[in-house]
Design a protein around this ligand. Structure first.
Ligand SMILES: C[S@@+](CC[C@H](N)C(=O)[O-])C[C@H]1O[C@@H](n2cnc3c(N)ncnc32)[C@H](O)[C@@H]1O
Length: 255
């Protein structure tokens, strides 16, 4: 039987779930502005776990790195390298900056990957989610507590990421109510969206949980939306424009 490396398994996961990613995961201009400011002035950028190329600064010369061929095939850029963060095939200091957006939780060896970012670049910007942050999304609390266990096993505390990078700045990114990049919490004020299988398929958490877990939970959500129970419980959310669900941009290295 073929033995796959851990890295091969994450690449295989995105080779399976990455189809359709581009449609559901449209880069959000507000997050693009935050990442753009962190990368300002960098002429050469390596985007590790680049996926389809979201949030790459348009004026920079970007090299996209990803272990998944399905993701690289959806990336429009001219410089694409199939590799994992844990062994970047570049010389020391090859880039002005490195970026890693919503990817470090997929790496098989986070510390090795972060050390590789520091080795190949003079500045690093890592966007990730803090599993220690509260509040949780209502979806986890009320419908799919299985997500909590899964995500705690995958995500590393932001404080640990910041320490590994020797970061000088950690910026909070509250999720806007109309966020366009369909990550797990994107639809906190648009609960009907979670009923759409295409929306769920673009989130690796949903895609990892078995249908036998997800489908009954979505039926309960559908019933609560139809009866008005969800809206009664979450009336306070409908008045908010942004909620801090624990997403952070960690910035390190030369300014
Ligand atoms: C949620 S997607 C994020 C893609 C992109 N950065 C974005 O913001 O849309 C996670 C990406 O991490 C990639 N990935 C998985 N394992 C990796 C590894 N070991 N090293 C680098 N990237 C990896 C996946 O193939 C996938 O493209």
């Amino acid at each position: 039987m073929e033995q796959k490396s851990a890295q091969g398994r994450t690449a295989a996961a995105y080779d399976r779930i990455g189809v359709g990613y581009k449609k559901a995961r449209r880069p959000d201009p507000r997050l693009a502005a935050l990442i753009g400011r962190a990368l300002d002035g960098a002429r050469t950028v390596v985007n590790v776990g680049a996926g389809t190329g979201s949030y790459e600064p348009p004026e920079a010369e970007v090299t996209a790195v990803d272990p998944s061929q399905v993701m690289l095939d959806q990336h429009a850029g001219p410089r694409k390298v199939k590799a994992g963060a844990e062994a970047l095939p570049f010389a020391d200091g090859a880039f002005d900056a490195a970026m890693a957006v919503l990817t470090v939780h997929h790496w098989t060896d986070l510390h090795r990957g972060l050390a590789e970012l520091r080795r190949v670049s003079r500045r690093q910007a890592v966007f990730t989610w803090d599993p220690e942050h509260r509040p949780e999304l209502w979806l986890v609390d009320e419908y799919l507590p299985e997500i909590r266990e899964l995500d705690r096993g995958r995500f590393t505390a932001v404080a640990e990421v910041a320490e590994a990078l020797d970061a000088h700045t950690v910026l909070t990114f509250p999720i806007p109510h109309d966020f366009t990049d369909g990550l797990q919490t994107a639809y906190w004020r648009r609960p009907e969206a979670y009923l759409d299988p295409a929306v769920r398929a673009a989130s690796s958490t949903f895609a990892t949980l078995p249908p036998s877990v997800v489908e009954p939970a979505m039926e309960r959500l559908r019933a609560d939306l139809e009866s008005g129970a969800w809206h009664r419980r979450h009336a306070h959310l409908l008045e908010q424009r942004n909620v801090d669900y624990g997403y952070r941009l960690v910035v390190a290295g030369e300014a």
